[in-house]
Write a protein that binds this ligand. Structure first.
Ligand code: TMP
Length: 204
């Protein structure tokens, strides 16, 4: 793969989507061939799966079904969008990827991490991000920032989201080379500067 794969991770409302979009626009302006997507989503099929996953009406969804739907969505976007773009030497920015499943379904729901990694390898053909930006924002601040009706995952208990956050921090500790923890600054442009400094190291 000739391109570079950058992912953003963090809790809902942590500023991840704003920051990843700002980075996308910046790199585009600089002339990089860059592709932006969100997970679950990024293809027609994956967006349909996203709707199923986030619909608060789908109360009976089991943990197993939830895990496999996230992976199914991912498998489609990897084959249809991410791999072809990386082969062409593009920079791919994804708002969430496999680490979200390890944090939310692994650390959060208690599904075996080894099993998630195994299904993950199958779904992604072993693709790993070159860089993962983890936006670490206090959880209460994140939840205050969600300015719309909460989706199925966001409606889970605060203690669930605490487990997810702790899971992310453990993942980051395990792979300090790839996982960069960024604390959100009051001014979004200051946060963006920190992210750009790290990304420019990767792309130089
Ligand atoms: P978003 O709100 O950042 O767009 O993400 C959608 C929701 O799906 C969010 O609550 C996190 C959750 N999620 C998982 O639980 N597992 C996953 O693998 C992914 C990609 C997202």
């Amino acid at each position: 793969m000739k391109g570079k794969f950058i992912t953003f991770e963090g809790s809902e409302g942590c500023g991840k989507s704003t920051q990843s979009r700002l980075l996308y626009l910046h790199l585009k302006k600089q002339g990089f061939p860059v592709v932006y997507l969100r997970e679950p989503g990024g293809t027609k099929v994956s967006e349909k799966i996203r709707n199923m996953l986030l619909d608060p009406g789908n109360k009976s969804l089991t943990a197993e079904c939830e895990l496999l739907l996230y992976m199914a969505s991912r498998s489609q976007v990897v084959s249809e969008v991410i791999e072809p773009a990386l082969k062409k030497g593009k920079v791919v920015i994804s708002d969430r990827f496999l680490d979200s499943t390890l944090a939310y379904q692994g650390y959060g729901l208690g599904i075996d991490l080894g099993f998630i990694k195994q299904v993950g390898r199958f779904s992604t053909h072993g693709l790993k991000p070159d860089l993962t930006i983890f936006l670490d924002t206090p959880l209460r601040q994140c939840f205050k920032a969600i300015g719309r009706a909460r989706d199925r995952i966001e409606r889970r208990k605060f203690s669930y989201h605490q487990k997810v956050r702790r899971g992310y921090l453990t993942l980051a500790q395990k792979e300090p080379g790839r996982f960069k923890i960024i604390r959100l600054e009051r001014d979004k442009h200051n946060t963006q500067e920190k992210i750009r400094a790290i990304v420019s190291q990767l792309l130089k």
